[in-house]
Design a protein around this ligand. Structure first.
Ligand code: PEP
Ligand code: MG
Length: 542
């Protein structure tokens, strides 16, 4: 029995077999071979497997994230058949070199060539070449990619990107455990949104100690991972798992009940989602609305900008599914850890402090307006709020409102229906926005506090870092004061205020937030009922 420790990022316990999925950078060792024909056969077999995997992923992506986003996997299938690429691999094998190394070398030279091109589209293809080459190498080494797992298992990997996470088959993945990652990375947040037990930041020991098929216990509460537990530890974990499930079952009795304190203060309890397919989880857990739909995931899955129509259909689906309940869709928050190669963003030393979120939208109004048009068109199908990320100034809000007005005028002149009741809000996730919240509040209908970024920027702690835990006090007085200040200023100017960062589900702060006058909490679907339970036990008169 071996015990490892990382950061638990989703409150659930899982017991099952380990499935090791290929690391991001499969290492290909060079070997001399004599049977070149046999090696070519092996390469062709690997290509078939990679093609079959891609076709499966394409089908699932089509279901989960829509056609535009799924296209990339179709393109990868075509790239597998690229004549130049295949010729290069075969000629290296014919020199008596193993297939893995032939793919590795071909990938290196093709991606170098593409990266040096002037055309930004071609430069972005370098990443696709790396992706398909990694897949081919994994297939040659008989590693599993993790996307098409057949049985329920616990995924163990070096790292997973947010887009890889969103494609995991929730019904097959009991949990995932990563060497890398931090609790507020988007991969961790997605695990929470999807209700998958997860432990991240375990370190390099993870892949050194785990073997395929090992029995694992993953404790998403404590961050403990137990490899090959002895009988009494396994019994104890099974007991804790059953207890946890009983507790969750008991919470189910709160489904359909109001989120109201003992003294009658009602708050709105909404869900955070990262994909259209997460709405089911929100409804299942009795969300009273959607407080944050991270729309950038529609952009992350594809190899090109999602069209107005594709976005319109996605937003409409969420609005219709929520059946008249409030749905807040956050506009594109790309940059930092959420990279879409086709945006061809400049390389930055500090991407979290660089061109991200609203800054990209305001410098590329054509991209922004496409999203706004899709949002306004969808507004005819429910109760929509649009929220803008990373705001630091009143000027930005005024520019955004001008663009919204332009979009409405355009739609009107085209005779396209939209709602005139769309609420506009901003995220309070920079210290600047909290400090000037008195100036921002009169410009908007609502604020939503993004505590993940607010913490990162207030405490100067990179949210992606695995090593800053001791410096990153999420309950820091500075953060609480910024939230309280924003709440006071929102209410002074008739705006409402919610919290949609991960702190919204921190039950040790629920009462503090309610005493500040927070009107809404938006949390991962799996946390809704425990927050409702906490709210219903609070008496604000005491
Ligand atoms: C936040 O920063 O708290 C937030 C909700 O946005 P994201 O985590 O997507 O950056
Ligand atoms: Mg944020």
């Amino acid at each position: 029995m071996i015990k490892l420790h990382g950061k638990g990022v989703c409150s659930a316990i899982a017991i099952g077999q380990a499935k090791i999925v290929g690391s991001k950078m499969p290492i290909a060792q060079k070997r001399q071979i004599t049977d070149t024909q046999g090696e070519i056969l092996r390469f062709n077999e690997a290509k078939k497997r990679a093609g079959a995997q891609l076709s499966e992923i394409y089908k699932r992506a089509l279901r989960e994230v829509g056609e535009t986003s799924a296209q990339i996997f179709e393109i990868h299938q075509m790239m597998l058949e690229d004549e130049d690429y295949n010729e290069s691999v075969l000629s290296i094998i014919n020199e008596g070199i193993n297939a893995e190394y032939a793919v590795f070398k071909t990938c290196e030279s093709f991606s170098e060539l593409l990266s040096s091109m002037d055309d930004s589209y071609m430069r972005a293809r370098a990443l696709d070449i790396k992706d398909i080459s990694n897949r081919l190498i994994s297939c040659l080494k008989n590693e599993d990619s993790g996307e098409g797992v057949a049985e329920k298992c616990i995924i163990c990997a070096y790292d997973l990107s947010p887009s890889e996470t969103v494609l995991l088959d929730k019904d097959k993945v009991l949990a995932f455990v990563l060497s890398q990652g931090s609790a507020s990375s988007h991969t961790a947040i997605l695990a929470r949104n999807m209700g998958i037990a997860a432990v991240v930041g375990v370190g390099d020991e993870l892949l050194a100690r785990i073997s395929e098929g090992d029995m694992l216990c993953v404790d998403g509460y404590t961050g403990d991972i137990i490899i090959s537990p002895d009988e009494s530890t396994l019994d104890e974990m099974k007991r804790r798992k059953a207890q946890d499930e009983r507790k969750k079952e008991l919470l189910k009795s709160l489904s359909g009940k109001e989120t109201i304190t003992l003294d009658g203060t009602k708050i709105n309890l909404y869900a955070n989602i990262g994909a259209v397919s997460h709405v089911g989880e929100a409804i299942f857990n009795d969300a009273e609305g959607i407080g944050l739909f991270r729309s950038e995931f529609l952009y992350l899955e594809g190899n090109d900008y999602p069209s107005e129509r594709a976005q319109f259909l996605a937003y409409k689906k969420v609005l219709e599914s929520m059946n008249g309940k409030r749905v807040i869709i956050r506009t594109l928050d790309i940059g930092a850890d959420k990279q879409a190669p086709y945006f061809c963003l400049p390389k930055e030393e500090n991407p979290a402090l660089g061109l991200r979120a609203i800054r990209i939208c305001l410098t590329r109004p054509e991209v922004f307006k496409t999203q706004l048009r899709a949002l306004y068109r969808a507004s005819a199908f429910g109760r929509l709020g649009i929220m803008f990320p990373m705001i630091v100034s009143v000027d930005e809000v005024l520019k955004i409102k001008d663009l919204c007005a332009e979009v409405m005028t355009e739609l009107e002149s085209e005779g396209i229906e939209f709602s005139r009741e769309v609420e506009l809000g901003i995220m309070i996730e920079t210290p600047a926005s909290a400090i000037i919240s008195d100036l921002l509040a009169p410009c908007v209908d609502f604020f939503s506090v993004g505590t993940n970024d607010l913490t990162q920027y207030t405490l100067a702690c990179d949210r992606q870092s695995t090593t800053l835990d001791e410096f990153c006090d999420t309950h820091h007085e500075a953060i609480l004061r910024l939230i309280a200040l924003s709440a006071e200023n929102a209410h002074k100017h008739g705006a409402w205020i919610g919290i949609c960062g991960e702190l919204a589900s921190d039950l040790s702060l629920t009462e503090t937030f309610l005493r500040m006058g927070i009107d809404e909490l938006s949390v991962s679907p799996a946390y809704i009922l425990s927050v409702r339970d906490a709210v219903r036990k609070i008496d604000l008169t005491k």
